[in-house]
Design a protein around this ligand. Structure first.
Ligand code: KG4
Ligand code: ZN
Length: 348
């Protein structure tokens, strides 16, 4: 148990710190600072070496800043939750070392958190009555997962991507269309001016709950190469690509709801920052489930979600010791891989 938890997230290109304090209805967010590393925009993707150096420069000031924002002294912090993986190992190490130092020096309890578990907990920060059982669809730059969550802390993997993550496909398509990085927000913006007229494939639709986005990406590449005037077709290609990705994501979430009977779908991860995805999911799932999603600031990588997941584990008596290590491919504690059911059929 802890009463003030400092969260630290440095798994990719955001240096973030957050403070959660014990309130009457559970933990309350007292401060959140997210510093996005702009340097990667020049390269069109994250450069790991530059990311870890930037975290090293930023971590101290970011933690100082969140304490100032919350009006709390460092001495008030009695728990430290940090992303231990998965992610870029050099980046993770900065956060993990900083968290371990704070824990050792101040005799604070330490908890290492799985980054994706953080994304599952994000909506709970704004909706304290959110309760399992639910289906979680976690869509980020590195992962695309469908989970059955019967209890907080228990996860059954229903499906995952066999190749690219959805966010990664957004970033690559944006680069083909000569849009900026990260690609998701750029595609969402330009797609608003386009129509879904390219009829791109919906990979693995109707074939279980796994995903695949590489074939779709290739179809977009052919459309880009075949365009007589790319500037004229850009918005329609973006709209058609986005429609194909969201159609697959929402259809599979719907199938998962019908299979599990859960009343709620939690949407999380960077791609859930898309208001288009959230609106379409709410509309198409309305007859079977409610959609729970955090505001964009809490869906992109941030330390508040890490602090919230860490808080749950600390409250349940778990803690890490000073041997905690950053792990690029960290296994997810509590994740069970389900055996695929042969009779599984898509409903749409
Ligand atoms: O969860 P996240 O912040 O970082 C990882 O853990 O990977 O996700 C980042 C991903 C990027 O690929 C970005 O293009 C995508 O989320 N993204 C979006 C939108 N905003 C961010 N994808 C589609 N539409 C958006 N509006
Ligand atoms: Zn993430």
């Amino acid at each position: 148990m802890a009463d003030v938890v400092l969260g630290i997230e440095t798994s990719c290109d955001e240096t973030s710190a957050a403070l959660l304090v014990r309130g009457s209805q559970g933990p309350e967010l007292a401060g959140l600072v997210i510093l996005s590393q702009d340097v990667h925009k020049v390269f069109g993707g994250v450069v790991p070496e530059l990311a870890s150096r930037a975290h090293l420069t930023a971590i101290g000031p970011v933690v100082d800043r969140v304490l100032l924002e919350a009006g709390l002294p460092l001495s008030a912090v009695d728990g430290v939750a940090v992303t231990a993986g998965p992610g870029l190992v050099g980046s993770l190490m900065v956060g993990v070392c900083y968290a371990k130092s704070l824990a050792a020096v101040g005799r604070r309890t330490l908890i290492g958190v799985h980054h994706l578990e953080g994304h599952v907990f994000a909506p709970l920060l704004e909706d304290p009555f959110l309760e399992p059982p639910f289906v979680a669809l976690i869509v980020s730059g590195g992962h695309t997962l469908l989970l059955d969550v019967p209890e907080w802390g228990q996860y059954r993997l229903l499906g995952e991507t066999r190749d690219d993550a959805a966010g990664e496909a957004f970033d690559k398509v944006a680069s083909m269309l000569e849009l900026g990085y990260p690609g998701g927000p750029e595609i969402e913006r330009i797609a608003k001016q386009g129509t879904d007229r390219f009829d791109f494939p919906r990979p693995m639709m109707g074939a279980g709950l796994d995903f695949s986005f590489s074939g779709l990406k290739t179809a977009v590449l052919y459309a880009v190469r075949g365009a007589a005037d790319l500037d004229a077709d850009k918005a329609d290609i973006a709209a058609s690509f986005q429609a194909a990705v969201f159609d697959v994501l929402i259809s599979k979430a719907r199938t998962a709801v019908l299979e599990t009977g859960h009343p709620t779908v939690v949407l999380g991860g960077g791609v859930a920052c898309s208001r288009t995805l959230v609106a379409q999911a709410a509309e198409r799932l309305r007859s079977v489930a409610r959609v729970a999603v955090a505001s964009p600031r809490l869906n992109a990588d941030n330390a508040a979600m890490i602090a919230r997941a860490g808080w749950f584990h600390l409250d349940n008596g778990r803690r890490s010791d000073l041997s905690l290590e950053a792990e690029a491919r960290m296994p997810w504690p509590g994740l069970e891989r389900s055996t695929p059911s042969p009779s599984r059929k898509a409903v749409e």
